[in-house]
Design a protein around this ligand. Structure first.
Ligand code: PBG
Length: 308
């Protein structure tokens, strides 16, 4: 009766990985309980997500071949596009089909964009590829596209491309304030990334709060429908600050390393797993996130259902 914050299935999005060429799901060792799906097991998981009343699923594709340009990302029959088709066929409008629009899953160097001859990320060339990806995803049935590469102008370019292709109802969830973070570690295994070095030339510096508000304002001006802060736990103050200045829904991504920390400590018997998950998700909602992307979404939804 007196709880001031709730974590409800409708507020949660389940991130899911689907890998090309798998015959059975492949466990991700640094994320116990999370797997790279086959297209078949992805379909089943998406149906479970819809039945559990989750807001949606966020799809990440892992191609079997990677190259410098991330060609698999714009292949109409690439793994991510096929995954969108498969999931949309299963869930229709029962839950939202969302896609990560980024190149790091597809490039052999692991950066979020294509590179210039000197090895820097080429912002403008990358943005054009994101726009092409977003249109492919919308055509395949994505309700929401989520550009996550932190390139300047990515939201505007995607909005223009979607409009030009007639996808006027596709929503853009902008990874607006995304920080360069050590907590993405396990994600690298999840998408088989070979990244050397870091993403500090395009992701944000963890010491900057005002910069996040600037990035959010730019994305909204470019046509974002929802904005996201990422990671969540080390950036709860950023979530709160963004929530206070925007009127659109604010999402936060409870990322791989945040998941892994709880799972690892729980596996060692050092913390109470269920309680720690509840506290984690509640803290992100209490900080002001309307929507939480979390690898615990399905488990939480089941628990929430049985608690009532
Ligand atoms: C970029 C992307 C990343 C994550 C989501 N989208 C990785 C990165 O930017 O380094 C991380 C998610 C997680 O760690 O759970 N495609």
């Amino acid at each position: 009766m007196v709880a001031q914050t709730s974590v409800e299935p409708r507020q949660l999005v389940l991130p899911v990985f689907v890998a090309e060429g798998l015959t059975e799901p492949r466990p991700i060792s640094s994320m116990p309980g999370v797997v790279q799906h086959t297209l078949d097991t992805l379909r089943k998981t998406a149906v479970e997500a819809a039945q559990a009343g989750l807001a949606g699923v966020m799809l990440f594709g892992v191609p079997s071949e990677k190259d410098a340009r991330g060609s698999g990302a714009v292949d109409p029959h690439g793994i991510l596009t096929e995954a969108v088709r498969a999931v949309r066929e299963e869930v229709g409008d029962d839950c939202l089909v969302m896609t990560d629009v980024c190149l790091d899953e597809f490039t052999d160097h692991g950066h979020c964009g294509v590179l210039t001859p000197s090895g820097a990320v080429d912002n403008d060339a990358t943005v054009e590829i994101y726009a092409e990806m977003a249109v492919l995803h919308a055509e395949a049935g994505a309700h929401v596209v989520a550009p996550s590469g932190m390139m300047d102008g990515q939201v505007g370019a995607i909005r223009d491309a979607l409009e030009a292709a007639g996808h006027v109802d596709t929503a853009i969830l902008a990874y607006a304030a995304k920080y360069a973070s050590a907590f993405y570690g396990p994600f690298r295994e999840a998408v088989a990334s070979s990244l050397q070095g870091d993403r500090k030339t395009y992701q944000q510096d963890g010491s900057n709060l005002r910069e996040a508000l600037h990035e959010v304002a730019l994305d909204l001006a470019e046509g974002a429908d929802l904005v996201m802060v990422k990671p969540a736990l080390a950036y709860l103050d950023v979530i709160r600050a963004v929530r206070e200045v925007v009127d659109v829904p604010v999402a936060a991504y409870n990322i791989s390393g945040e998941y892994a920390m709880v799972e690892a400590a729980a596996a060692n018997g050092w913390i109470n797993r269920e309680a720690a998950i509840g506290e984690t998700l509640t803290s992100i909602r209490r900080a002001g996130a309307d929507i939480v992307l979390t690898y615990w979404a399905l488990e939480w939804a089941r628990r929430w259902g049985s608690a009532r």
